[in-house]
Design a protein around this ligand. Structure first.
Ligand code: URA
Length: 206
């Protein structure tokens, strides 16, 4: 499976807070931000750098800077929770938005918004906290590839085996970064044990 699980112990600590029903939106939001910081570092650990000659206060040297641009694309609305940590780590990122809404009866996602920056030549990180069926993620990746993205990565908080398999089948070149690979989807396509509806937990719309 093309899934990379975050190995830092802090990731499990933060995820446990997110999973707990005792965590209210006020505490859920900072936990999500801190966990996304770890995931963002993991998902970008192999970015290429290039030489950049600089002068320190003591002498000239050859520094290293990131070799190409980064694009972050949150899938609305839950993906918004994961945007800010990327902006903090990589202030130069370009941001796109893809709006996909899951029909609660069929669990099928429909696209209602897509605004993408220039993606050619960039590393494009699609961010969506819950990889359940893989329908939304697969559609979002279709959009960014159609716009010319070649180095595409998917960053989520919790993944289900069904979602990983679907993304892997449709987009075998796209690595998935997550804090946990959970057991399964239930009949309503929620991830178990999961954390419930991420967007509802985040915005208090339960
Ligand atoms: N979306 C969520 O927010 N939670 C799930 O368990 C599945 C999809």
């Amino acid at each position: 499976m093309a899934i990379h699980l975050c190995s830092h112990p802090l990731a499990q600590h933060l995820l446990t807070g997110l999973r707990s029903t005792e965590t209210n939106p006020q505490h859920f939001r900072p936990l999500a931000r801190r966990l996304t910081t770890l995931l963002a570092l993991e998902a970008t650990a192999d970015l290429p750098t290039m030489a950049s000659p600089i002068t320190t206060p003591l002498e000239p040297m050859e520094g290293q800077v990131l070799a190409h641009g980064i694009v972050v694309i949150p899938i609305l609305r839950a993906g918004l929770a994961m945007l800010e940590p990327f902006l903090e780590l990589f202030p130069d990122v370009s941001v796109g938005y893809i709006g996909l809404e899951r029909d609660h009866a069929t669990a099928v996602a429909a696209s209602y918004y897509c605004k993408l920056p220039q993606v050619q030549g960039c590393t494009t990180l699609v961010v969506d906290p819950m990889l359940a069926t893989g329908g939304s993620a697969g559609q979002a990746i279709d959009h960014v590839k159609a716009a010319g993205a070649t180095d595409v990565r998917l960053v989520c908080v919790v993944a289900a085996p069904e979602g990983v398999a679907a993304v892997e089948a449709a987009h075998p070149d796209v690595p998935i970064y997550a804090a946990a690979l959970d057991r399964e989807l239930n009949a309503k396509k929620y991830i178990c044990p999961g954390l419930g509806d991420f967007g509802d937990r985040l915005y208090g719309t339960l």
